[in-house]
Design a protein around this ligand. Structure first.
Ligand code: CA
Length: 230
């Protein structure tokens, strides 16, 4: 089997070498880039299975790289942020990054996240084909397309998995932790608040009024549910 490849975009060599060491030890092939243009070039040529992207880079910043990669790919993108870049990680998730890790991070945790995201993408490469949803929204798990009142809506891979999970059991309430387990994978140790950010992004795309959602409802103090019209 061909090794899964991971592109690490980070200008601090000490950090990128550490990440490389840990990922190679787990059997991944690792590509390194120190700045944006190089990263985009390597991405285009090598089509890695996952991207780890530092936000603080010389030249094109990480958020812009994330945006550019997302224009042509649903590859999992994990962003690295410093503690004081709280707003950047929210922006990162809203423009299509799947996850973030705050520096300083434990390499073991990083590896666990990488594996969780790769498992998730493998899982959706061989989906069970069915049509979920109701009169308003139609979710095709085979082609991974979503239509809202007959009009196609573009979701990121992670947004799709989250919506599909909720819609597969209409009216069932899922806690944030359950959604992390089902969508991100059981070895994911991230902040449950990433669920809220991604739900917010989905709502902007599918709800008439994202502040008064009718399709994905918040169940206070518990989590979320897909409200079926059926
Ligand atoms: Ca950096």
């Amino acid at each position: 089997m061909e090794k899964e490849s991971i592109l690490v975009v980070e200008d601090e060599e000490r950090i990128s070498n550490l990440i490389k060491l840990y990922l190679e030890r787990e059997g991944f092939s690792v590509l390194l880039a120190q700045e944006g243009n190089e990263a985009l070039k390597v991405f285009k040529e090598k089509r890695p299975d996952l991207v780890i992207l530092d936000l603080m880079l010389p030249g094109i910043d990480g958020l812009e790289i994330c945006r550019l990669i997302r224009q042509s790919s649903t590859v999992p993108i994990l962003i690295l942020t410093a503690k004081d870049e709280e707003t950047d990680k929210v922006v990162g998730l809203s423009i299509g990054a799947d996850d973030y890790i705050t520096k300083p991070f434990s390499p073991k945790e990083l590896v666990a996240r990488v594996k969780a995201h790769l498992r998730r993408t493998k899982y959706w490469q061989a989906p069970k084909e069915e049509i979920l949803g109701d009169g308003r929204i139609k979710i095709d798990t085979g082609s991974r397309q979503v239509w809202l009142n007959g009009k196609e809506v573009k979701l990121t891979a992670l947004e799709f998995d989250l919506l599909k999970t909720l819609a597969s059991s209409p009216s069932r309430v899922f806690s944030r932790e359950q959604l992390l387990d089902l969508v991100w994978g059981v070895n994911y140790f991230g902040d449950p608040r990433v669920v809220d950010v991604h739900i917010g992004n989905i709502r902007k795309k599918i709800e008439r009024d994202p502040s008064a959602p009718e399709i994905i409802k918040t169940v206070r103090d518990v989590g979320y549910k897909f409200e079926s019209l059926k």
